[in-house]
Design a protein around this ligand. Structure first.
Ligand code: GTP
Ligand code: MG
Length: 569
């Protein structure tokens, strides 16, 4: 008889399958607050989807799986053996006894319990064998159980052995029905109640076995347990009591001690409708519980993407500030102080530049010409000073950007771990120094190119030749560094004043309009080259971010998959 166990539309299985894939591919690589909890929630979701929801949706009429769970020594294995009428799971005095779960089913139901359908990560074994290095589940066939119902003897839920605890929770997650076994001594323990509360919240079908109770105390303890169950919203869970009694020689209870429980289970197995109701209750509850849990994962997943964006922004803004810093340093006259100023003064000789610009220009020309003729070359000194001044500026900004970025990363969520993994990020790259030297050299090439191009007509060419292309280029560099908003500013002070002289010289050669445009082009060329050098430095940070295994749209696609599941129900 085929039974429709849950109100499932045709689209539900594919929708849940896609959701499973989304959960599977969600990554939480940044160490943000709450990530350990979110990650364990993600694993639990995956497990429940693989172990229960998907197999159950795929075959609604598969046998009902009742998982026998509870504290160690509560008599779970003894109970299973007694229900089956033979020792299928070894009971023991050494606690905990059951480490590898035992699933007992009717021979006709064998096909339903392959790893391809349910509990895919548990190896299967039979006859007490085990699979090396892998969690193993014993499969036992027994005609004592009716077809349509399987019993699973699980390890203890509050085990001292971590693996047992986790396995027990995994198995409970795979249950259509949780047969919770407790004893007179243990029924008020915290751990089982935490799991019972979760079962109640998720709507998992639960039946409770109060085991090993001294006959005389049965009424009192039973009442107390019943009221506790009611408080937790499990008031409708069937409650069975099994008295502490003599066991038979192979450790089983007498059949009459488990008669009520046994007949309830057989009735359930035989009644397809009742079974379908139990399956529906648990499946519906499990599907209901997905919503808030997935939402938690969507939030955690989105926070990861936000964290990466913030880290990326820190990189971009530090390097944008570095470029801006170079631009400011080039324009505010600061490059014209110190060594450059000294060399410039050496170049033009100290004098009354401002009162006698014309004659000073003439004198400058004489100096430049002297340089060309192989006499002492103050122009080469100036050139060198300019080179090292601009290189120093770019290096300082590059170093500043690496330091600023790593400082920001340290303060940002997830950044510290990245820096720990890539400690070299806190300094500029080994190549940077060389890159700056060659960019300044290349820029000089750009400037000379500008001078040559501008001096194309005969008169200008003659003048440029008279001064020497290199010397004119050097003066153009100098003028570029005092060039703000189209005018060599008096506002940049003494340094700017110094440059005015250079500007006059260039204007005498090229005309003021041309000087303005040459200075602007030279500046732009240097900024472009600087940007290219910083690009490589910035890429070191963004490269690390790109390597982080994180899809930018993962929160959105996970949310969409969850919405599709809601729509398909
Ligand atoms: N006399 C008596 N002994 C019992 C009864 N139920 C269980 N025992 C004994 O208690 C011990 C523990 O029983 P198990 O069935 O192994 O308990 P378990 O819940 O499977 O324990 P774990 O596998 O460790 O989680 C065994 O030595 C059983 O023989 C009972 O009703 N009467
Ligand atoms: Mg056991």
């Amino acid at each position: 008889m085929t039974v429709t166990a849950a109100p499932a539309t045709q689209d539900l299985l594919p929708a849940v399958t896609s959701l499973r894939d989304e959960v599977g591919s969600t990554r939480l690589p940044f160490d943000l607050p709450g990530v350990p909890a979110a990650e364990s929630g993600r694993r639990e979701l995956l497990r429940q989807l693989d172990d229960y929801i998907l197999p159950r949706l795929a075959s609604l009429d598969a046998p009902l799986l009742a998982v026998v769970g509870g504290s160690t020594g509560s008599g779970k294995s003894t109970l299973v053996n007694s229900l089956v009428g033979s020792v299928v799971s070894a009971p023991g005095v050494l606690r905990p006894t059951t480490r590898s779960p035992v699933l007992v089913h009717h021979p006709d139901d064998e096909r339903w319990f392959t790893p391809a359908r349910i509990l895919p990560d548990l190896a299967r074994a039979s006859g007490g064998s085990s699979v090396e290095g892998q969690a193993t589940m014993q499969l036992v066939m027994s005609s004592a159980l009716p077809p349509g119902l399987a019993l699973l003897d699980a390890p203890d839920i509050d085990s001292v052995v971590l693996g047992n605890r986790e396995l027990a929770r995994q198995l409970l997650g795979a249950a259509d029905l949780w047969l919770f076994v407790t004893t007179a001594a243990r029924y008020a323990d915290a751990v089982p109640w935490e799991l019972l509360r979760q079962a109640s919240e998720r709507g998992t079908a639960v039946a409770v076995v109060l085991n090993r109770v001294p006959r005389a105390s049965i009424p009192v303890i039973r009442d107390h347990l019943a009221s506790m169950l009611k408080e937790q919203g499990l008031g409708t869970a069937p409650l069975f009591t099994v008295a502490e009694s003599e066991l038979d020689p192979d450790g089983k209870l007498k059949p009459e001690e488990v008669a009520r429980l046994s007949s309830w289970l057989s009735a359930l197995a035989k009644d397809a409708r009742a079974r379908a109701l139990v399956v529906r209750q648990t499946l519906t509850g499990a599907l209901d519980s997905l919503g808030p849990r997935i939402q938690g994962l969507v939030d955690a997943s989105g926070a990861q993407v936000t964290a990466r964006t913030a880290l990326d922004k820190a990189v971009q803004s530090a390097y944008a500030a570095a470029i801006a810093g170079v631009e400011t340093g080039m324009s505010d006259g600061s490059l014209l102080r110190g060594e450059v100023l000294a060399r410039w003064q050496e170049f033009v000789g100290t004098g009354e530049f401002f009162r006698q610009v014309e004659s000073t220009v003439a004198r400058v020309r004489d100096r430049v010409v002297a340089a060309v003729k192989g006499e002492p070359t103050p122009s080469a000194h100036l050139d060198e000073a300019l080179h090292s001044g601009v290189a120093e500026l770019i290096r300082a900004e590059g170093q500043g950007a690496a330091i600023t970025t790593s400082r920001s990363w340290r303060a940002l969520a997830g950044g510290s771990a990245l820096l720990q993994a890539h400690p070299d990020l806190t300094r500029v790259s080994p190549e940077f120094d060389r890159a700056v030297t060659s960019l300044v050299h290349d820029w000089q090439g750009d400037v000379l190119e500008l001078v040559r191009n501008e001096g194309r007509d005969r008169r200008t060419t003659a003048k440029v030749t008279a001064y020497g292309v290199n010397a004119v280029g050097t003066v153009l560099m100098l003028v570029t560094f005092a060039y703000t908003g189209g005018l060599t500013g008096a506002e940049v002070g003494i340094a700017g004043g110094t440059a005015i002289l250079g500007q006059k010289l260039l204007e005498a050669i090229f005309g003021d309009q041309a000087v303005r445009s040459m200075a602007a082009k030279a500046k732009e060329a240097l900024l472009d080259r600087t940007e290219a050098a910083f690009h490589g430095e910035r890429e070191r940070f963004t490269g690390v971010l790109d390597e982080v295994d994180l899809r930018a749209d993962q929160a959105r696609t996970l949310g969409a998959a969850a919405a599709a599941v809601r729509a398909a129900r």
